[in-house]
Design a protein around this ligand. Structure first.
Ligand SMILES: CC(C)(COP(=O)(O)OP(=O)(O)OC[C@H]1O[C@@H](n2cnc3c(N)ncnc32)[C@H](O)[C@@H]1OP(=O)(O)O)[C@@H](O)C(=O)NCCC(=O)NCCS
Length: 176
């Protein structure tokens, strides 16, 4: 599990044959790389609802504003995966984070996604959140196994939320 103890903590971890990666906060300098990873995710309809082609403005709605933090995995100076945390709702709902995770397609299946989700569980309380909720997980997304393994509970289902015959699942877990 994550050893994050300050908001700007950087962890150095081994990610299978991806080698050593550093997980920490992502700044402006990595936003171009993140745009490219997220463009590919959106183009393939891979777990996020945005319509392709990804525009800068839609990218910023997801990853820049209103986002509390973006953290990511750097490998040899290259961003290979990232997640955001932001308030799930304003006011009374703002103690709960919403999060979204992406890993560069070339580096999937090596444990990076698990490392990022674990990191978010450690970093979210340091940003003032006491839970993380996912509002729109594709019912057929293999990432569901990861979320359930790491303690998320299904708290709702939106019938046909994604498309006819494809439900959206709502997940919640307290953090840490
Ligand atoms: C979801 C995502 C971040 C996972 O990243 P990853 O680096 O491939 O994940 P990992 O290698 O750490 O795999 C972790 C677990 O996820 C599950 N998993 C992820 N992708 C899977 C796949 N294609 N098939 C089967 N299981 C998969 C497995 O349960 C795996 O378990 P394990 O740790 O016991 O092997 C990545 O697939 C991705 O960017 N997908 C597109 C965007 C997306 O769907 N984000 C989530 C939106 S809700």
């Amino acid at each position: 599990m994550s050893d994050v103890d300050t908001l700007d903590h950087v962890s150095r971890v081994e990610a299978g044959d991806a080698g050593t990666v550093e997980i920490g906060l992502v700044g402006e300098a990595q936003m171009g790389q993140l745009f490219s990873i997220f463009s590919d995710v959106v183009a393939r309809g891979d777990g996020f609802p945005q319509q392709p082609p990804l525009t800068r403005s839609v990218f910023e709605d997801v990853w820049a504003s209103p986002v509390t933090l973006v953290a990511g995995a750097m490998r040899q100076g290259e961003l290979v995966g990232a997640y955001y945390l932001k308030p799930n709702l304003p006011g009374m709902g703002s103690h709960i984070a919403n999060a979204g995770y992406v890993v560069d397609r070339r580096y999937r299946g090596r444990g990076l996604g698990r490392l990022l989700v674990e990191d978010s569980i450690g970093r979210a309380p340091l940003a003032g959140f006491d839970a993380i909720q996912f509002n729109f997980v594709f019912g057929d997304n293999p990432a569901r196994a990861l979320y359930e393994d790491l303690g998320w509970q299904v708290v709702g289902k939106v019938p046909d939320g994604i498309a006819p015959g494809r439900d959206a699942i709502i997940y919640w877990r307290a953090v840490p």
